[in-house]
Design a protein around this ligand. Structure first.
Ligand code: TYM
Length: 332
């Protein structure tokens, strides 16, 4: 049985991009694989987090995972800082990864922007910690949205260089799993930007906690264009906002974009947006309600994380011990 690992940051409201790009795929994978899902609070502090907000968000993301359909008994769900092996393996990888590799990471460039000199060192070496997350469990597959692909390629480079340097086959090569029709959900306001927690415009994203009125208002306000919907998805290539809405519809209805184009060929956006609203409310509405219920049960959420951390330590301590032996650290 293949082992799956993935992670998500507790840095703000979960949104439709997280759901379609990651969570719903995680839910589907739990049926046939051993899955480990991590709320990456160590990654979160690479940019400033208010301590109370970080704790709240960690519980809220836990609630989001469970409300989406992940079974915490079947899967391992835990927060990264509770398992110290992540930070320990990351240090070893800081000594494996090359500066040139990190210099190529587009997400660092995007996040640090003009303020590169002022960015935390943690933000720069973020991908090494991510490689540690994955390799600590010798994971075979990593289900993520399109934006994480480069980081997983770096994890492969690190695994390979570690294996070569130490003449071992300790780490398998993890494969990214980028599934579905909405692997890069774009902002509802601007089809050239990714839907993101850090976008200052609330109208750019549908949050997983949004109720029917908010979902409906945001879809109504979503940027579209004045043309009718085409029957062929190729004709959406030069219409990023329209393409994004069609991809969202496709993913939410488990269809491909071609089928959506055929369904709405020649229709106006007003008609399409009403159908999209109805669909989004029917899929996301119950998840938001369940999330709110779970968030009010802090004791339960904490017990899920505690149990998950205990189970993840059983796997990760063993792998870390193998790494320490290979590297030549004395276990005194
Ligand atoms: P994060 O917290 O930004 O996002 C969590 C997951 O949601 C996906 N995602 C999207 N997918 C489609 N469209 C979007 N607009 C969109 N926005 C987010 C992400 O691709 C991701 O799968 N570095 C990771 C967290 C991480 C991790 C790991 C992932 C840490 N360690 C190990 C995999 C394996 C991140 O910041 O994800």
């Amino acid at each position: 049985m293949s082992r799956i690992f993935s992670g998500i940051q507790p840095t703000g409201d979960l949104h439709l991009g997280n759901y379609l790009g990651a969570l719903r795929n995680w839910v589907a994978l739990q049926k046939e694989h051993e899955c480990i899902y991590c709320i990456v609070d160590l990654h979160a502090i690479t940019v400033w987090q208010d301590p109370k907000g970080l704790a709240l968000n960690t519980r809220e993301v836990t609630a989001g995972l469970i409300a989406s359909g992940l079974d915490p008994k079947k899967n391992i769900i835990f927060n990264q800082s509770a398992v110290s092996a992540h930070a320990e393996l990351a240090w070893v990888f800081n000594c494996i990864a090359r500066l040139g590799w990190l210099n190529r990471m587009t997400q660092f460039k995007e996040k640090a922007g003009e303020q590169k000199e002022n960015a935390s060192v943690g933000l720069y070496i973020y991908p090494n910690l991510m490689a540690a997350d994955i390799l600590l469990y010798k994971a075979n597959y990593v289900p993520v949205g399109e934006d994480q692909k480069q980081h997983i390629e770096l994890a492969r480079d690190i695994a390979q260089k570690f294996n070569n340097n130490y003449k071992t086959e300790l780490f398998p090569m993890p494969e990214p799993m980028i599934l579905g029709e909405a692997t890069r959900v774009m902002s509802l306001k601007d089809g050239s930007n990714k839907m993101s927690k850090s976008d200052p415009s609330e109208n750019s994203r549908i949050n997983m906690t949004d109720g029917p009125d908010e979902i409906s208002r945001k879809i109504k306000k979503a940027t579209s264009d004045s043309e009718l919907l085409p029957g062929d998805p190729k004709d959406l290539l030069s219409r990023p906002e329209a393409r994004n809405l069609c991809a969202i519809y496709a993913a939410l209805s488990n269809k491909n974009i071609s089928a959506v184009c055929i369904e709405f060929e020649g229709k106006q956006f007003s008609v399409f947006k009403s159908a999209l609203t109805e669909l989004a409310v029917s899929v996301m509405g119950p998840i938001g309600v369940e999330m709110a219920r779970l968030v009010s049960d802090q004791g339960y959420l904490d017990s899920v994380l505690k149990d998950g951390a205990e189970r993840s330590r059983v796997i990760s301590n063993k792998v870390l011990s193998e790494v320490y032996d290979v590297v030549g650290f004395l276990k005194t």
